[in-house]
Design a protein around this ligand. Structure first.
Ligand SMILES: Nc1nc2c(ncn2[C@@H]2O[C@H](COP(=O)(O)OP(=O)(O)OP(=O)(O)O)[C@@H](O)[C@H]2O)c(=O)[nH]1
Ligand SMILES: [Mg+2]
Length: 369
């Protein structure tokens, strides 16, 4: 892929950024007349079936007042550009475990049999948990995007994403796979989208059959939990680490819906290293694939810039001053302070605090403007 950004040809940059990341960088750093050329298949959002969208509580007026209360001066595009530079010097994060390699082909074959596909993403990082090949696998198949872990982002984050998908005409369901919010809406939507299947069968004199819904997505985003909440039974193993589901599994919901639970899938090679680091921060990729200290250091640098967190929240929690520029120093100071100099433990503490919402619930991505 080649990209022209503000008149510069940045092949290396383009190679590591998704279409959406490039769009964000270009819209910020290029004057309106500057051109951006992306010769690669765009990310999934552009070709998703248009079926509507909605705001939390269906209140647009509420949305504008919520957004007004957020400091809008903060520039997510600058953060994305910084992140790109920070990750350039790190060992690349790659994770493609054997069970994914083994089941990917089987899943692709099964997807052809689906009436509707439910693509689950992590609401904290909806772009980084969008599989670059999903569009080509699904073709024209009906798709619902689920932003799971809705409890782990702020209302402002949620409304911004809802507004983005509404503008795209994309149906998105926000859910909480732990407590079950959004799951009923999801099953109703899946049935209504795939309703035509049985009409066609009846017209042919065939008996109706259950609608088949495939649940796909990155590791640890909450696919199995969503199914369990819907069924109100623990039918699919779920646990707080990536790579729990290792095989495809069909489960029946009532008499008219069947779900296929699938192992988290991830590209064989992750080109976008900013996305890879975010996957690591959110625990959506195997821990052995990354250096915990590097990832925690970048998280510190990101949190320090986020308006709803900032240096003060870091200081309040760890009593360590930082200007947020060198996250590694922060990790080392915390290691000396609490862990006898063990920076691995200190890094793990920072990551785990973020994952538990100790800095507040914040998304690490915002949609392109
Ligand atoms: N806070 C919160 N936790 C969730 C949510 N959904 C799932 N979880 C938790 O996240 C962890 C992972 O959930 P799983 O359902 O195993 O995720 P998965 O996508 O099936 O993971 P793999 O099978 O490894 O690909 C579990 O500990 C769940 O309890 C959610 O919406 N909010
Ligand atoms: Mg699972």
């Amino acid at each position: 892929m080649t990209a022209q950004l503000c008149g510069l040809w940045l092949d290396s940059l383009a190679g590591t950024l998704t279409g959406e990341s490039l769009h964000r960088l270009s819209s910020r750093h290029c004057p309106p007349s500057a051109s951006l050329t992306v010769a690669r298949q765009s990310t999934s959002s552009s070709s998703i079936q248009i079926v509507g969208g909605g705001f939390y509580g269906n209140e647009r007026s509420k949305l504008s007042s919520t957004l007004e209360s957020v400091p809008e001066e903060f520039d997510w595009i600058d953060l994305e550009a910084d992140l790109y530079h920070w990750t350039k010097t790190l060992r690349p994060v790659q994770w493609y475990p054997g069970h994914v390699a083994k089941t990917e082909k089987e899943l692709k074959d099964q997807l052809k049999l689906m009436d509707v596909v439910i693509e689950v993403r992590d609401a904290r990082i909806p772009m980084s948990t969008s599989h670059p090949q999903m569009d080509s696998w699904l073709g024209n198949r009906k798709r619902i995007i689920v932003l799971n872990r809705e409890d782990m982002i702020s209302t402002a984050d949620r409304n911004t994403w809802a507004s983005y998908y509404a503008r795209q005409g994309t149906r998105v369901v926000f859910s909480n796979g732990k407590l079950g919010m959004g799951t009923l809406k999801l099953s109703r939507l899946a049935k209504s989208l795939a309703g035509g299947v049985n009409e066609k069968r009846r017209a042919k004199g065939l008996l109706p059959r259950p609608v088949r819904a495939g649940i796909v997505g990155y590791p640890n985003v909450g696919k199995s939990s969503l199914i369990n909440r819907l069924l109100k039974r623990r039918m699919c193993p779920a646990a707080p680490r990536p790579g729990v589901t290792r095989e495809l599994k069909w489960v029946r919901f009532g008499t008219d819906l069947e779900f296929l639970d699938s192992p988290g899938i991830i590209p064989m090679r992750i080109n976008d290293q900013s996305a890879a680091i975010k996957l690591a921060i959110c625990d959506d990729i195997g821990e052995r694939s990354y250096d915990v200290s590097d990832v925690a250091a970048i998280l510190v640098q990101m949190l320090s810039r986020l308006p709803t967190v900032g240096n003060k929240a870091l200081h309040d929690r760890y009593k360590i001053d930082t200007d947020g520029r060198v996250g590694q120093i922060f990790v080392q100071k915390l290691a000396l302070q609490l862990f006898n100099g063990d920076s691995h433990q200190a890094a793990f503490r920072i990551l785990s605090d973020f994952r538990k919402g100790r800095f507040g619930w914040v998304a690490l991505e915002r949609p392109p403007k």
